[in-house]
Design a protein around this ligand. Structure first.
Ligand code: D41
Length: 694
């Protein structure tokens, strides 16, 4: 990348344009979709580059410059709340020097001279979501997200469900108005437990605690928020009438006395060196804290001084966030190996000399794909930097070229499968090489078996990766149906499991019993366990719901003539969220002869329970196919869909002769017309909710 100092005007303008668009894109992913594509460190690097270019060419600063924007605009679905006093953002410091500069700036601004230390409160910067909660005469009346700092979303009903937030101030004479600001977050332990529960239920799982907190807070139904383990810390105020604090420290103590959670890891420091010592102390204990933090916030303690300093472009001059670097470590990459996944994707893996990164021992890291290896030019024997961000798998972020062995050679990505020798292909536009060995590739077979027995699939206790690998090699289990015949086969075997090293009659019987316990399986779990490419838990559930049971599904998809124009195909892609790619995978799977044998064998040995529609007794829409179109005003489309499905209906995307009901909101167009042409019943959203009971 060109040094900012060397950029021409034209280059600078072009780059500011690109950065504005790129940063806006990542803002959207982060704030509105809770699905960031890049790490915080990479995001910060983009922002810093933008700032540096703007500093050199101030006249090129764009009206849509990322520096003018704070956070995300309010999303649709929630009411809007204008903050009586804007919620400010924080400038960042990355190096010690930035912190010394911050303190020096404060001193200069206040004309403090050389002597006397400045009091600064240091507190961990929680990686959560900022909110503002308003209390009138001691009672909680309203809460909002930060939004763009000026206007946020009304989350009163959701925040009310958080047990940590007092409904009433613990005070005899509460202030007339108090807006408390803080951060809602999810502890790491709660996050892991939630993801486990979500996965079991086939719900959405989250990439990290922050996304889980955001997803939980942004529920249109507060009953869902109430079931999520959210916590909070308070650290600032907005509008206040009838109370005044002399210092930030006093304010935090008062908040605590009023009943608000305040982070106990805070410290009143004198001067830059003291805050830096706190930064190091917390940095060392970061992995042991129960929640994620991404830095330390320093705030000038005296409120009268805060007022004098004021703010510039929405960030106070009296506070700064000192960011932690992403957790990184240096180690030697001994060898790049290739892992073959369940669907044949070849994933390169960096095998490392074990090293601790942020308190966690790391021995392997993903290299993603061929392009990533080329981008890093990473080779066997290289010394590399590995990074762990949040809960994501460790990654190799760079190579220390000075330490590269003299005889090293670029990595040649294999064009054949390292396990079965079949040709590998990289399709146009794809990043991954894929083994074409399919059913003959032992690695794919083993991965499919591991998936089959795993927790969200058949959930067979004692049949994890290690045993499956061994049983596969020994020929005990080669295909899913072998699992359920293991006990019978073993009884007459010359090499029974009970005489294998590490096993005995008790442990073998325990495994057989664990397998028997899973002979009855819900259809949607069964479908997920098959490991059909692109068919995850959510899709498996939708397919199970649509077809009801295995014989119906097999009959619909394995007929010879399921082409793109057939009714069976149209019926399939009409299941919401199933597109042509998923449909093709399903059809290919159910047509394949070997898969047919597996299915026949499993069907003979198992009880596959047809999809159970919940609460359908007396439901007016049980078994009906419904299409939602136009704008819904009472709930989001996703929520309406869930409600309808919970009451036993199928939700489809397009109107056909099979549709029973169209629920049309304002702006409904072609689907409404089609329904009228076909004589399908049409209802307004209100009528629909009246019918299903509000
Ligand atoms: O823990 C935090 N995430 C945190 C965020 C904190 N402890 N203090 C903060 N203080 C402020 C000011 C000084 C502007 C009242 C903040 C934030 N702001 C903040 N969070 C997100 C944007 C700004």
């Amino acid at each position: 990348m060109t040094d900012v100092a060397a950029l021409t005007r034209e280059e600078a303008a072009a780059e500011l344009d690109r950065l504005a668009r790129e940063i806006a894109h990542h803002d959207r992913l982060y704030h509105q979709q809770d699905a960031p594509e890049i790490s915080d460190a990479e995001y910060d690097a983009l922002k810093r580059r933008n700032d540096a270019i703007e500093a050199r060419f101030p006249d090129l600063v764009r009206p849509d410059s990322p520096t003018h924007k704070v956070g995300a605009p309010a999303a649709a679905g929630f009411g809007k709340v204008r903050h009586a006093i804007p919620m400010l953002s924080l400038d960042n410091a990355f190096a010690d020097e930035d912190v010394h500069d911050f303190v020096a700036r404060v001193r200069r601004f206040l004309k403090l001279g050389e002597d006397g230390a400045v009091e600064i409160v240091a507190e961990p910067k929680i990686d959560g979501l900022s909110f503002s909660a308003r209390y009138e005469n001691g009672r909680f009346v309203q809460a909002a997200t930060r939004g763009d700092g000026a206007e946020g979303e009304d989350i009163t009903a959701n925040l009310r469900t958080l047990k940590d937030l007092p409904d009433r101030l613990h005070a005899l004479f509460p202030p007339e108005v108090l807006e408390v600001r803080g951060e809602v977050y999810m502890s790491r332990a709660d996050f892991l437990a939630l993801n486990e529960r979500q996965a079991e239920r086939g719900g959405k799982t989250f990439a990290n605690p922050r996304n889980a907190a955001a997803g939980s807070l942004r529920q249109l139904d507060p009953k869902i928020t109430a079931q999520r383990p959210l916590s909070l810390f308070c650290y600032a105020w907005g509008e206040v009438k009838g109370y005044e604090a002399a210092t930030h420290w006093d304010f935090l103590e008062q908040l605590r006395d009023w009943g608000f959670p305040v982070n106990p890891e805070r410290k009143l420091c004198k001067g830059a060196d003291a805050v830096l010592a706190f930064y190091r102390d917390i940095g060392e204990r970061r992995a042991q804290l129960p929640y994620d933090i991404d830095g330390i916030v320093y705030k000038l303690n005296r409120v009268d001084w805060q007022k004098r300093l004021g703010f510039v472009s929405r960030a106070p001059r009296w506070a700064i966030a000192h960011k932690f670097p992403a957790e990184q470590a240096m180690t030697v990459l001994t060898r790049i190996t290739i892992q073959v996944g369940r669907t044949g994707v070849l994933t390169p893996v960096a095998n490392l000399e074990p090293v601790t990164v942020g308190g966690v021992m790391v021995g392997r890291a993903t290299l993603h794909n061929e392009d990533e290896i080329a981008r890093l030019d990473v080779r066997d024997g290289d010394t590399v930097i590995v990074q762990r961000a949040g809960d994501v798998i460790p990654q190799v972020v760079g190579v220390v070229l000075e330490k590269r062995p003299a005889d090293s050679a670029p990595f040649a990505f294999p064009h054949t499968c390292p396990t079965c020798g079949s040709t590998a292909v990289r399709e146009d536009g794809a990043v991954a090489w894929r083994c074409t060995g399919g059913l003959i590739c032992p690695d794919q077979a083993v991965e499919r078996l591991i998936h089959f027995a795993s927790r969200n699939a058949f959930d067979i206790e004692g049949l994890g990766d290690k045993n499956i690998r061994a049983f596969y090699e020994e020929g005990r289990i080669r295909a899913p149906q072998d699992i359920f015949r293991l006990r019978d086969k073993d009884t007459g075997s010359l090499t029974p499991l009970r005489s294998k090293e590490g096993w005995g009659p008790v442990s073998a019987t325990k495994l057989y019993d664990a397998i028997d316990a899973r002979r009855t399986v819900p259809f949607e779990r069964f479908l997920f366990a098959l490991g059909i490419p692109q068919v995850g838990q959510a899709t498996a559930r939708l397919v199970a719901q649509h077809y009801g049971d295995l014989p119906t599904l097999r009959a619909a998809l394995s007929a010879e003539d399921v082409g793109p124009d057939s009714d069976a195909y149209k019926d399939l892609i009409n299941v919401e969220t199933i597109g042509p790619a998923v449909a093709d995978e399903l059809i290919a799977f159910f047509r394949e002869d070997h898969n047919k044998q597996v299915l026949d064998a499993l069907a003979a040995d198992l009880t596959i329970v047809p999809f159970e529609r919940k609460d359908v007794a007396g439901s007016p829409i049980a078994g009906k196919t419904i299409v939602f179109t136009g704008t819904l005003e009472r709930m989001s489309r996703g929520e309406a869909k869930n409600r309808a499905q919970d009451m036993g209906a199928k939700v489809a995307g397009t109107v056909s002769a099979k549709t029973d009901l169209v629920v049309a909101g304002p702006g409904a167009g072609s689907k409404l017309k089609k329904a009228e042409e076909l004589g399908v019943a049409v209802m307004t959203e209100d009528a629909f909710f009246d019918m299903i009971g509000g």
